[in-house]
Design a protein around this ligand. Structure first.
Ligand code: PEP
Length: 251
């Protein structure tokens, strides 16, 4: 199996103001800068990206955005384009379940965002995951495979892609998927990539996300197809987030 560098990515969502965001990233840098063998990414709100990036500059902590527009410029009120983010972020989360649910983002739109990001040299962290009703009906694997394939329509920059399997029922609930469930579904994601780009499947990083914390991260990371975590709540506490980084660094 190809060796893949693990990723710990923090999605701050609509939390932190300018000052607390700068303080948070400085604490994360202080606690985690020296940890090797893991890619560390924080994704602050758009308004803080520039300042957080400045505070992280020269460190091993990278900065990402929580979203990106598929459009290059023009009459798209409230949107942020790849050219505005270029040079500030290394990664962009696309297709987070909150945006799919609250903003009605479709997999077709998510694919367009992933393509736009990759074309700008920004690695997409592409999120997919089933809700509880789909899981209870026994359709999680089919749903996730279909959603990922649709969200990768037309995508071709396999070196830059990161996939994040995030079951909606595990996000922010404190009820993480078991490591077996997460393994089964991250393997499904990898097989979708294999179908679309056979040569890339063993090198694309596939993350698990959903109530990851310092108590469950080690067990999740033992799974062969889990290459790290996309983290919400626990990414807002520097000490907790740094424990996740340390666990992944020793994977
Ligand atoms: C997320 O929002 O991507 C997430 C995984 O959140 P949490 O870790 O809080 O469940």
């Amino acid at each position: 199996m190809a060796s893949r560098i693990p990723v710990i990515a923090g999605n701050w969502k609509m939390n932190t103001d300018l000052e607390s965001g700068i303080n948070l990233v400085k604490e994360i840098v202080a606690l985690s800068n020296a940890v090797s063998g893991v890619d560390k990414i924080v994704c602050p709100p758009f308004i803080s990206i520039s300042s957080v990036a400045q505070s992280a500059s020269g460190s091993t902590v990278q900065v990402g955005s929580q979203n990106v527009s598929a459009n290059s410029d023009g009459a798209f009120t409230g949107e942020v384009s790849t050219s505005m983010l270029r040079g500030l972020v290394s990664h962009a989360i696309v297709g987070h379940s909150e945006r799919r649910a609250l903003n009605g983002e479709t997999s077709e739109q998510v694919a367009a965002k992933a393509i736009a990001a990759a074309e700008a040299g920004i690695s997409p962290i592409l999120c997919i995951g089933e809700d509880l009703s789909v899981r209870k009906a026994g359709n999680a694997a089919t749903f996730v495979a279909d959603q990922l394939e649709a969200s990768l329509a037309g995508y071709s920059d396999w070196n830059s892609l990161i996939v994040a399997y995030e079951p909606v029922w595990a996000i922010g609930t404190g009820e993480a998927a078991t490591s077996e469930q997460a393994q089964e579904m991250t393997a499904v994601c990898r097989e979708v990539v294999r179908k679309l780009a056979p040569d890339a499947a063993d090198s694309v990083r596939v993350l698990y996300g959903g109530s990851v914390n310092s108590g469950n991260v080690a067990e999740l990371l033992t799974q062969p197809d889990i290459d790290g975590a996309l983290v919400g709540g626990a990414s807002l506490k520097a000490d907790e987030f740094s424990k996740l980084i340390a666990a992944a660094g020793s994977k």
